[in-house]
Design a protein around this ligand. Structure first.
Ligand code: SF4
Length: 129
């Protein structure tokens, strides 16, 4: 048996939901855009809990479910506020590659903290968690 490459292995609280969504969503194979496209696209994105958003800045994929989102999206929003992403969120999914990148970033921040004055170091260590 061959091991899956790191970008194919996923973990996190929403991993099962993300895998289900990824395997049941129809593949886009190209088509002419009809007049109903905007309405259908809005319906597609409103499928709460099964639309996946790439969030490379937070080293994760967001399986956005409005009621679980600590990033405080507007009422009725169909997309997360990714710039306010919280690492404690139940919508997170990480590939092994994301987890490795997050660990590297935390190590870099720890190194910065080691060379910083105490107050700044404390703040940096909080970010590295
Ligand atoms: S906190 Fe992050 S993972 Fe959670 S819903 Fe918001 S953007 Fe998605």
């Amino acid at each position: 048996m061959t091991a899956l490459p790191p970008e194919r292995r996923v973990s996190g609280p929403a991993a099962r939901r993300a895998l289900t969504a990824a395997t049941t969503t129809p593949r886009f194979e190209g088509r002419i855009v009809p007049k109903t496209f905007v309405r259908k696209a809005a319906q597609f994105l409103a499928r709460d809990g099964i639309v996946l958003y790439d969030n490379p800045d937070a080293f994760l994929i967001c399986a956005f479910k409005h009621g679980n989102a600590p990033c405080e999206p507007e009422p009725g929003a169909t997309a997360p506020r990714q710039y306010a992403c919280q690492h404690c969120c139940g919508n997170t999914v990480r590939t092994d590659t994301h987890a490795h990148q997050a660990r590297q970033r935390a190590d870099e921040i720890d190194q910065l903290a080691a060379a910083s004055p105490e107050k700044i170091a404390k703040c940096l260590r909080g970010k590295a968690k």
